[in-house]
Design a protein. Structure first.
Length: 452
């Protein structure tokens, strides 16, 4: 999954900060890169746990989608308090706090295995809250760990490792969780004796305990390392005038009114994150359909890893292509490809349908940063507030999968993928509408029709 840009607080820090002190930044950069890798791994494991929990607790698709509601809901609720915390206590302490909270969330999976589905949801929320604090605290360091002219390449590197985590986790940890899942349906489970049902649920739920305890331990080790490592201090500008809540809201309303491309960008982020998360969330169940491959969950998780691997590859390809091709054009072309691939997967059967969904990852890769930067185009002093609004759009990762789950319960899982296709249709519109956003004035004039 794409690494999520920091909130407005982080943008201010990035734009108006500097690293104090000299010396090698290699070790701090390695530590922060590991953070990107870890939260990529944790986020992609949600896609493994959704079919697992659905099978264990005999959930509907809509009920299983509550995993993403609680997880991405934390981004929506925690990002602003996290920004305040980081401003008050500093980025390094913020990162340590985020790691400890995320580790606590992972550790809660152990008691959740014996306390039911809603305890799992609570654990997801705590884990996501920690990752949110990490996002707010860690991203600014990437900009200051070295010369400013190479900050983009450093960010690309760390985000590539985020994608590496989203590939490796479902590929190698997924089978450990899903290896014993039998996907017993509600009707069959009802025929079991009460003791047999309890034993089934306990066995399947317990498969998450070991892997997540290992993740919790790794996060705590990183927290200890972060506590002792010497990181560059970030000196932020204090020239931004403090506003009351009412003044801030009025300023935001005025900024959105004057920059319609920002409002469309927020909706674009909402729909993109929602579509990407929806496809990942239901991928394993989709592949397991008899008309697709009938593959078991453990084997399907291997192909889920390929979906995220395509996203990582696409990032590097997109980085090169977008140096020469306008962002709006690349975005609209990629959105068109996603629409066609999703429609193909929706209306065909067999392995070809599975590979069509995997291919969506390749074209997803450039969408988040492209929509984000296009939406912030020429916002000037409103850039930081605009960034905050765009980050709020990440809540699409909670809402769209839930909507698709409800649709899957009504019309079937395969047809429910029409919802992500509709999301990509808007993204195509956004890219096409602003296809000349970064064109030079001479190029725009040359494209205007000549009137006699």
């Amino acid at each position: 999954m794409a690494s999520i840009p920091q909130s407005s607080t982080n943008n201010i820090a990035t734009e108006n900060s500097r690293a104090e002190g000299e010396g090698s930044y290699t070790v701090p950069l390695i530590i922060i890169t590991i953070l990107f890798f870890m939260w990529g791994s944790i986020t992609s494991l949600n896609d493994v746990l959704i079919p697992h929990l659905k099978a264990v607790y005999s959930l509907s698709y809509k009920q299983a989608a509550l995993v993403q509601v609680w997880f991405f809901g934390a981004y929506f609720l925690v990002s602003l308090p996290a920004g305040f915390y980081v401003r008050s206590f500093g980025y390094q302490k913020g990162a340590i706090t985020g790691l400890v909270i995320a580790a606590a969330g992972c550790a809660l999976f152990y008691p959740a295995a014996t306390n039911g589905y809603f305890f799992f949801l609570f654990a997801f929320f705590i884990m996501a809250a920690g990752i949110t604090v990490l996002q707010v605290a860690a991203n600014p360091y990437v900009a200051v760990l070295g010369p400013a002219k190479t900050s983009s390449s450093r960010l690309t590197l760390t985000q590539a490792f985020n994608s590496l985590g989203t590939f490796l986790a479902p590929t190698y940890i997924g089978p450990l969780i899903l290896g014993g899942v039998t996907f017993v349906g509600a009707a069959e489970l009802a025929t079991y004796s009460e003791d047999l049902r309890a034993a089934y649920k306990a066995t399947e739920a317990a498969s998450v305990q070991g892997p997540y305890l290992v993740v919790a331990a790794a996060l705590l080790v990183l927290a200890v390392v972060f506590a002792f490592i010497k990181l560059p201090k970030i000196a932020t500008s204090t020239t931004t005038e403090t506003k009351t809540l009412v003044e801030s809201i009025a300023h935001i309303k005025q900024g959105v009114k004057e920059n319609p491309h920002l409002a469309l960008g927020v909706l674009g982020i909402f729909l993109y994150v929602g579509a990407e998360v929806s496809i990942g969330s239901y991928f394993i169940n989709f592949v397991g359909l008899n008309e697709i491959t009938g593959m078991n969950a453990s084997d399907s998780s291997q192909y889920l890893g390929k979906y995220w691997l395509c996203a990582m590859i696409g990032r590097f390809i997109g980085f090169g292509v977008m140096r020469f091709v306008r962002a709006g054009l690349v975005l609209s072309v990629c959105a068109t490809a996603c629409i066609l691939l999703v429609l193909f997967a929706t209306f065909t059967t067999g392995h070809a349908a599975m590979w069509a969904l995997i291919g969506v990852g390749l074209f997803n890769s450039i969408m988040f940063p492209t929509i984000f930067t296009m939406a912030l185009h020429k916002l000037g002093n409103f850039t930081s507030q605009g960034s905050g609004l765009l980050c709020m759009g990440i809540v699409g990762g909670a809402i769209v999968p839930y909507m698709q789950g409800a649709l899957a319960d009504t019309v079937g899982l395969q047809l429910s993928f029409l919802l992500p296709a509709i999301c990509y249709l808007f993204i195509f519109y956004f890219g096409f509408k602003y296809i000349n956003m970064h064109a030079t004035e001479a190029e725009v004039v040359a494209q205007e029709p000549v009137h006699p």
